[in-house]
Design a binder for this molecule. Structure first.
Ligand code: ADP
Ligand code: GLC
Length: 483
């Protein structure tokens, strides 16, 4: 099979800049795809953290006026990734989050900032960088979603286009009157183009104008085609359903490897699961929990947002903590949720321990030291933390939505009897559902043999990128046959 070149267009990339799972996916796919004969170069905005991380840099293109000021396109490598970086200080030289001002609002010029990402992706797609003309431009989420639109409205030959939806809740909607400033032609402002209820919809445009649409699990691919899950885009997705594919995410098994993880107090394997008790003890100590090896320890590693259903965990605490159980929570985001969990750690000293902020090491320790990981999301395109939990012998307790339902095998009667169960699922996503699930998990936990079986099954589950990478490679190739 001939080697294939892909430009991956993304607003975040692990380990350089990350706010969520998108970064993990964009960071891990290139290596996985290289095993499939696909060369990936990633295009990323030059935020300060990105410019700082670069190794060898070469300027491959200069712009006199990229939405108002001069800019450069750099070619570089960092963390073994091949990169193009948009060095445009007027757009990206800002502290903190890639998307938000220090006081938590969207940057007012986000339309231009991410139009620049799409526009330069389109130019690279059409041969602007000698030596790397991609066969496929693969855009991730709304921030990259104008790439296929610019390509569609250009008269020059274009590569194949794929867009991946990581979260349909974020759509990038902006006022109609900036259309020409963004360099989009008047004819693009139609229902078949970038127009979305009288405004410009970046994600809408990408979904309308890409050759293929993927999302990050088979179940989410179905959910977003329903009025409840589509958040306004279900009609469009249904009309394109032949081109919509669900490919579940993996985790990077070189980053998440319990046998050699330096963030753990005690690395372990499937046959040395008892060493997890050392991690549990370290975790209890780290978060001010009582040092009790016999207390069942629930973990949470999550953005604090409505999506993740953590208000249900708060409401379930009185029941969750009965019998001396504990909760270790790592989270960042919503202030109200943060305050509520802080208050809970005062009400339940030694039983609820929290850290608020972003902490990669603690995330690993929670996966390697907790007994069960709670993921009660209201919706979840794929979810990565339950995959990490499986791989680290923490039994996931998840709501039956999106990628959570595709990746965890519920410990129902038959799954236990057949020896295939890996976790606990619950539906509907409400307080009663979560409490029942936690009680079911407690019952299983009290049976040492049964619990160990769940852990071992989870650790044996295929959570890596090999299979999904094969599916992406096949999708790219099928897309090229048509362009
Ligand atoms: P989402 O992208 O919706 O936030 P995912 O489960 O796909 O959810 O990915 C979340 C990623 O971010 C995982 O790699 C998880 O370990 C990590 N993560 C979430 N919150 C934190 C945090 N507070 N500190 C460190 N890592 C976090
Ligand atoms: C989004 C989703 C999450 C998914 C991640 C990576 O942030 O919320 O479910 O795993 O993207 O695709």
């Amino acid at each position: 099979m001939s080697p294939l070149k892909v430009l991956s267009v993304t607003s975040e990339l692990f380990p350089i800049i990350k706010t969520g799972g998108l970064a993990d996916v964009a960071g891990a796919l290139p290596a996985a795809l290289s095993n499939e004969g696909v060369q990936v170069v990633s295009l990323l905005p030059g935020y300060p953290a990105v410019l700082k991380a670069l190794g060898r840099i070469e300027t491959v293109r200069e712009y006199q006026d990229l939405f108002g000021r001069p800019a450069r396109l750099l070619s570089a490598t960092a963390s073994q990734l091949e990169l193009f970086i948009i060095d445009a200080p007027h757009l990206f030289e800002r502290p903190g989050s890639p998307y938000l001002t220090p006081d938590g609002r969207d940057w007012p010029d986000n339309a231009w900032r991410f139009a620049a990402l799409g526009r330069i992706a389109a130019e690279i797609g059409q041969g602007a960088v000698p030596g790397f003309t991609p066969d496929i431009v693969h855009a991730h989420d709304w921030q990259a979603a104008l790439a296929p639109a610019y390509l569609h409205y250009s008269d020059m030959p274009r590569p194949g286009t794929v867009i991946t939806i990581h979260n349909i809740a974020f759509q990038g909607i902006f006022p109609a009157d900036i259309l020409s400033e963004l360099g989009l032609p008047p004819r693009s402002f139609t229902v078949d183009g970038v127009e979305y209820y009288g405004q410009i919809g970046f994600l809408k445009a990408g979904l309308q104008l890409s050759d293929r649409i993927t999302t990050v699990s088979p179940t989410y691919a179905k959910e977003i085609q329903s009025p409840e899950g589509g958040m306004g885009l279900d009609g469009l997705l249904r009309s394109r359903s032949r081109d919509v594919f669900g490919i579940r995410n993996g985790i990077d098994e070189s980053v998440w490897d319990p046998t050699s993880d330096i963030s753990l107090a005690a690395p372990f394997t499937r046959s040395t699961l008892e060493k997890r008790s050392i991690n549990k003890q370290a975790l209890q100590e780290r978060l001010g929990l009582e040092a009790d090896p016999d207390a069942m320890l629930f973990g949470v590693v999550s953005r604090l947002s409505e999506q993740k259903g953590l208000d249900l965990v708060l409401a379930a605490l009185p029941s969750l903590l009965t019998g001396g159980a504990q909760l270790a929570l790592l989270g960042a985001g919503d202030r109200v949720l943060e305050e509520s969990f802080r208050a809970a750690s005062i009400v339940y000293p030694g039983q609820v321990g929290c850290f608020f902020g972003y902490d990669e090491e603690l995330a690993h320790l929670i996966q390697g030291g907790s007994d069960a990981l709670l993921v009660p999301s209201r919706f979840e395109p794929c979810g990565l933390t339950q995959l990490c939990a499986l791989h680290y012998g923490s039994v996931p307790i998840v709501s039956r939505v999106g990628g959570l339902s595709d990746t965890v095998i519920d410990a129902n009667e038959m799954a236990i009897a057949s020896g295939v169960a890996t976790g606990v699922q619950f539906a509907p996503v409400n307080l009663g559902g979560l409490v029942d699930a936690a009680n079911r998990a407690k019952m299983l936990w009290s049976d040492h043999e049964a619990w160990r079986r769940l852990q071992e099954n989870g650790m044996a589950a295929e959570v890596g990128w090999a299979r999904p990478a094969r599916q992406y490679a096949r999708l790219y190739r099928s897309c090229l046959e048509e362009v």
